[in-house]
Write a protein that binds this ligand. Structure first.
Ligand code: SAM
Length: 318
């Protein structure tokens, strides 16, 4: 059916993200020794502005994520929504920054693929086994559950189903919890994404939500971005919320979050450590500076907090 086609197109976006991250790391934009186990070949060349855009995305997300881990002293859990083939679990293990437990949710088909990769690649499975204490490691086709890492196949549009599965795998509502969504909410209707962020705010008293996605989509450049995704049958049901930084923040402020902030990626690019930005700008020559600016102005990071335990989460910023 059309719906299956649309979901399949959305699922395929996780390969795009991983392929672009693989390419950018092969050029030295940042280091990720694990992404190679999820996409075998480096693939075709990507334009320098795409690589710089992914660099800003990864640095921006990591900056806020690491700040949350410092505030909570890692006594927390992380839930990556629509995680795809993301490698953050392994980075945190290597940097000694592991939360108590790291959860990932994606469609069952993507979860199964990721689990298959982990099972068959020792550099992926070893860190997982090392952080597991008993012999009860669950590794079947559809879910993975260890002491510190859990992958769940679920549809983020089905809140009761999501809630059930996360509870089954011991997500603890009493612990400070960080939610991540990186290029995910745009594929759900505004109503569906509001219900998801509302569920997060009513279920957890001390929490942060970091969302990366398109913004300023009403102008000409934004319309071209939308057309490109639609050509691939991707259903951009949530594009309404990608009008402005204000509408991004509103989604959280209307659903029980105490604080919300949002920046476009052009701003993020100018506030992340500039010595490293200077380093990556030397990696590849970029002729069209304006193209990069336009691209960065059409993505944003929005983060929201609630803080019953008064850990100072509202101070997390750039
Ligand atoms: N967050 C990863 C990253 O940035 O590398 C993957 C991003 S990819 C563009 C979007 C991901 O969201 C895909 O893996 C897709 O399967 C997942 N996704 C989208 N809608 C979903 C839904 N309703 N339920 C579960 N996963 C969903």
């Amino acid at each position: 059916t059309d719906l299956d086609t649309a979901d399949e197109a959305v699922r395929s976006t996780c390969d795009d993200a991983t392929t672009c991250k693989r390419y950018a790391t092969s050029k030295g934009y940042w280091t990720d020794p694990y992404v190679q186990y999820f996409v075998r070949s480096v693939g075709e060349r990507k334009a320098p502005e795409i690589n710089r855009g992914y660099y800003a995305r990864v640095q921006g997300m990591n900056h806020l994520l690491d700040a949350f881990l410092r505030k909570t002293k890692c006594d927390c859990q992380i839930v990556n929504l629509g995680a795809g083939l993301d490698t953050t679990f392994w980075r945190l293990k290597d940097e000694n920054l592991m939360p108590r437990k790291y959860f990932e949710v994606d469609f069952p088909m993507i979860a199964a693929r990721k689990i298959h990769n982990i099972k068959t690649k020792p550099p992926l499975s070893k860190p997982l086994i090392e952080t597991h204490s008993t012999d009860s490691l669950l590794l079947d086709g559809h879910s993975l559950d260890s002491d510190r890492y859990c992958i769940i196949g679920a549809d983020l549009r089905d809140i009761p189903g999501l809630d059930d599965k996360l509870k089954k795998f011991h997500l603890n509502p009493e612990l400070p919890t960080l939610f991540l969504s990186e290029c995910v909410l745009v594929y759900m209707t505004p109503d569906q994404s509001s219900k998801l962020v509302n569920w997060a705010s009513v279920t957890f008293h001390t929490a942060m939500f970091i969302n990366y996605e398109q913004v300023n989509m009403l102008d000409r450049f934004g319309q071209v971005m939308i057309e490109n995704l639609q050509r691939r049958q991707c259903n951009l049901a949530g594009v309404e919320v990608c009008q402005s930084l204000e509408s991004q923040k509103e989604r959280f402020l209307k659903t029980g979050w105490e604080n919300a902030d949002a920046l476009d990626m052009m701003t993020v690019y100018s506030v992340i450590p500039q010595d490293d930005v200077a380093r990556i700008e030397r990696l590849e020559f970029l002729d069209e500076k304006e193209l990069l600016q336009q691209l960065l102005q059409h993505y944003s990071i929005c983060w929201a907090t609630k803080d019953k335990l008064k850990l100072g989460l509202s101070q997390v910023a750039f």
